[in-house]
Design a protein around this ligand. Structure first.
Ligand code: Z15
Length: 792
């Protein structure tokens, strides 16, 4: 079912057709929005056929299906992605010639689908794309949040959040399926094995086709919207209270109203538990409905279905699947047996604040039957392991531990990098690992090279194709074939020109959006990710202050020019992260306005970092900041995107950095800092921060400058809290790693002074990181976890 070609003229006709008949617009009066819709519908039409073919083939072959359950899918824009995978980007550009807006203007007009916070949500989006590329029969299930991740603005350097509104305009990539709807109950009472919910809502399906590379296969991302079971309260309506009559509808809709904006921190709110159950119940009802179209025996489910739980967020799937199977006639024991052969759980973090725990009171109130089932599961597990230490129960101290529930219900449990998986075995799940050896496996994360290289970096992608030929996009190990060419003059010149062009484009964009002038010949040093203490943006900005201080002491010195770029959102309720945001902005304002610096150092923090901004920044980066406290970043995926785009890393031995360094070679990676083991040992030393600060003249100077209020002259005490915490509560060891980081930055400067050597290092990064394609990751899940083979 290879994709039929389409000429620019044919696509142009399709666009004009949609403009006229779908949008009802005369081309002479069409807005940018109209053109974008018409183009999106025209490309979407090209996906429908492979989409149907994929479904038909899956039914015909009876292939095992994969279901990816996630509370987050951080998709970003879809138009350019669809055009890229259909191989129609050039055709689309030409189709529009002379008509009105250019294709890139249409692309820019599309709002990001920001149905996720950060790495976990973006990973789900990369996995959906790779599943389609590999032709795996798969569905993603999630929530169609009316409002995705909030938009970030800065006011006086402080983060201000405003609601995101991606559905204000029609989203052309979704198909509403009013006929696919399930009832979801909450609360109420339980009598024996039967539950009478006290409330209920409807989950209605909205499908997005996800097309793989070259348009050969397309899967469905099915997102659920919450609606009321009854649109109006008829009693109140008939009594004449029309406003109050609409209340049930509004209340029901709150369930899919907004994405919780916390990344790796769990909020413990009732509404969040309802969201989790809402998505899971709708997904499982849908999965079973599809299963029983062709099958009759629920005990054979594992032969036809593999379900992946993205973190513990959908972990209520264990009890819910048992409940649904019991309704189909299975005993509790049979249901549990089926569930634990079908479900798998990915752990994405060891941070204690991220591990979901629901009070038994809340769980018993919102999901009374599930609370019963959880207790029975706990009992069952205890009886199966009479020698089992007490503290690995699902319920402990009147709390339901969702990690333990997910583990106990899973066929396989996986970590997301080699180091992280080792730590999962040694720490949070050490006891359960001892009881279930072999259940924990590693699947190192990956990223899709279609979006993160082909789409985001056309200059480099073209050079790669010119050098090694076509096909690397779906066979990323082939990037190794670049290596023999790296020394060639032609290649080196072109590689340098591509990076340089990307930097000029970024510099122009920074100028337009922030008013800050940046030198494209400076090192573009970039840290983009959620703001978190463990990710240590604080260390980066303090080291920036150190550099500024040095330049001022020797303004005529031979300094290597740097542009420090930050991007990322703080959770709205995360006070310390918000202070760090404010500090970065305050430092930027002072440094950028300092005439003594003579433009040698600039600090840029464009607001509202998102997937689209990442696509703009990563191809233009010279240095990738991956500086988390060792043992805290489960994997990281930004690290992979930078390396793929020819950007060396400055980083710690944390998460997937370890594997990136092994592959690119130690000489092409700026390593610094304590190892995970050293971190644990260091924390045991009382006053470790004070000792580190006292040992470092640089850090003492920097902290002094910050404490004096040099970056907050209007409010000199503003950063006393930050400085005080550095001395006394430096849990993430910024002080202890500071000098090592600063020294590694000096090594970066020295390496930069040798342009040919630097470029070789950058190119070797691209050539050696083919392993980090999410295609490789998905193949790992297929072989080690799901037991599936592609249908095509
Ligand atoms: C999140 O983005 C990640 C872990 C979580 O537990 C939550 Cl709630 C959100 C991230 C990890 O921090 C990051 O290291 C990893 O690369 C990513 O998930 C994908 O596995």
């Amino acid at each position: 079912m290879a994709l039929d070609g389409i000429t620019p003229q044919e696509l142009r006709d399709a666009v004009l057709w949609h403009l006229t008949y779908t949008l009802g617009k005369d081309p002479g009066h069409a807005s940018l929005y109209d053109w974008r819709m018409a183009m999106s519908f025209s490309l979407r039409d090209r996906i429908v056929e492979p989409w149907f073919d994929s479904t038909r083939l899956t039914y015909e072959t009876g292939a095992k299906r994969v279901y990816y359950l996630s509370l987050e899918f951080l998709i970003g824009k879809m138009l350019n992605d669809a055009a890229t995978n259909l191989g129609l980007r050039d055709v689309a550009e030409r189709a529009l010639e002379g008509l009105g807006p250019r294709f890139d203007e249409l692309v820019a007009d599309e709002p990001d689908a920001a149905l996720g916070n950060g790495g976990l949500g973006r990973l789900a989006a990369c996995f959906m794309e790779s599943l389609a590329t590999l032709g795996v029969p798969a569905h993603g299930y999630g929530i169609r949040y009316e409002h995705g991740l909030f938009r970030q603005r800065f006011e006086g350097g402080r983060q201000v959040e405003t609601p995101e509104d991606w559905l204000k305009q029609k989203h052309p990539w979704e198909f509403e399926r009013p006929e696919v709807a399930y009832e979801i109950g909450f609360k109420g009472s339980v009598h024996g094995d039967s539950w009478s919910p006290g409330e209920s809502v409807m989950a209605t399906a909205h499908d997005m086709p996800i097309v793989g590379w070259q348009g050969k296969w397309a899967n469905t991302l099915r997102l659920w919207a919450a609606e009321s079971t009854n649109l109006l309260d008829l009693d109140r309506f008939n009594a004449g209270d029309y406003t109050a009559a609409a209340e049930p509808e509004a209340l029901a809709r709150t369930i899919s109203r907004v994405l919780y904006p916390d990344d790796t921190t769990y909020a413990g709110k009732e509404l969040r538990l309802k969201q989790e159950y809402f998505m899971v119940s709708a997904a499982l009802q849908d999965i079973l409905r599809r299963y029983f179209v062709t099958q009759t025996d629920p005990r054979q489910l594992h032969k036809h279905v593999a379900i992946q739980l993205n973190d513990t967020h959908p972990a209520i799937a264990g009890p819910e699947l048992i409940r649904l199977l019991m309704k189909r006639g299975l005993t509790f024991e049979e249901g549990a047996g089926v569930a634990e052969r079908v479900l798998n759980y990915t752990n994405h973090t060891l941070l204690p604040e991220a591990l979901e725990r629901w009070s038994t009171w809340l769980m018993g109130n919102v999901l009374p039957q599930h609370m019963d089932l959880i207790e029975r599961l706990d009992d069952r597990h205890r009886k199966a392991h009479p020698d089992r230490p007490k503290h690995v129960g699902i319920v402990q101290n009147n709390e339901v531990h969702m990690g333990n529930l997910a583990f106990i219900m899973a066929n396989k449990v996986n970590g997301v990098s080699a180091l992280h998986t080792d730590l999962v075995k040694e720490t949070v799940f050490a006891d359960l690992h001892a009881l279930h050896p072999g259940r924990i496996v590693n699947q190192t994360n990956g990223v899709t090279p279609r979006r993160w290289l082909k789409l985001a970096n056309p200059a480099l992608a073209t050079l790669i194709t010119d050098t090694i030929g076509e096909g690397w996009e779906a066979d990323l190990d082939r990037l190794q074939e670049l290596e023999p060419h790296i020394g060639d003059n032609g290649f080196a010149t072109a590689f340098g020109a591509a990076k340089r062009a990307n930097k000029v484009a970024l510099s122009n964009w920074i100028g337009e959006t922030t008013g800050i002038a940046t030198d494209p010949d400076a090192i573009f040093d970039i840290q983009i990710k959620r703001i978190h203490e463990y990710k240590r943006q604080l260390m980066n900005i303090l080291q920036t202050v150190a550099l500024w201080h040095r330049i001022r002491q020797d303004p005529d010195g031979d300094w290597v020019p740097r542009v420090k770029i930050f991007g990322g959102k703080s959770a709205p309720g995360y006070a310390v992260a918000k202070e760090i945001v404010h500090l970065i902005n305050d430092v930027a304002a002072v440094i950028n306005a300092d005439p003594q610096v003579k433009g040698l150092l600039k600090v840029v923090y464009p607001p509202n970092y998102n997937v689209s901004m990442a696509e703009r920044l990563i191809p233009a980066a010279d240095l990738s900041e991956q500086i988390s406290t060792a043992g805290k970043e489960a994997s990281g995926t930004g690290n992979m995107k930078f390396a793929l785009n020819g950007t060396p890393t400055i980083g710690t031995l944390d998460g997937a950095n370890v594997e990136i360094r092994e592959r690119v070679g130690a000489e092409n990676f700026f390593l610094f800092g304590m190892t995970a083991d050293e971190v644990v040992a260091r924390r045991r030393i009382p006053d470790h921060a004070r000792l580190a600060i006292e040992a470092s003249q640089t850090l003492r100077d920097v902290l002094q400058i910050v404490a004096e209020g040099r970056f907050s002259p209007d409010d000199p005490d503003r950063y006393h809290g930050i400085v005080d915490r550095m001395w006394h509560h430096d849990y993430f060891l910024v002080a202890s790693d500071f000098d090592a980081f600063d020294a590694a930055q000096s090594r970066v400067d020295s390496a930069w002074r040798d342009p040919a050597g630097w470029q070789r290092m950058a190119a070797l990064n691209t050539a050696r990181v083919g392993y980090f394609s999410s295609d490789r990751t998905i193949r790992g899940y297929m072989a080690d976890i799901w037991d599936v083979t592609p249908a095509s």
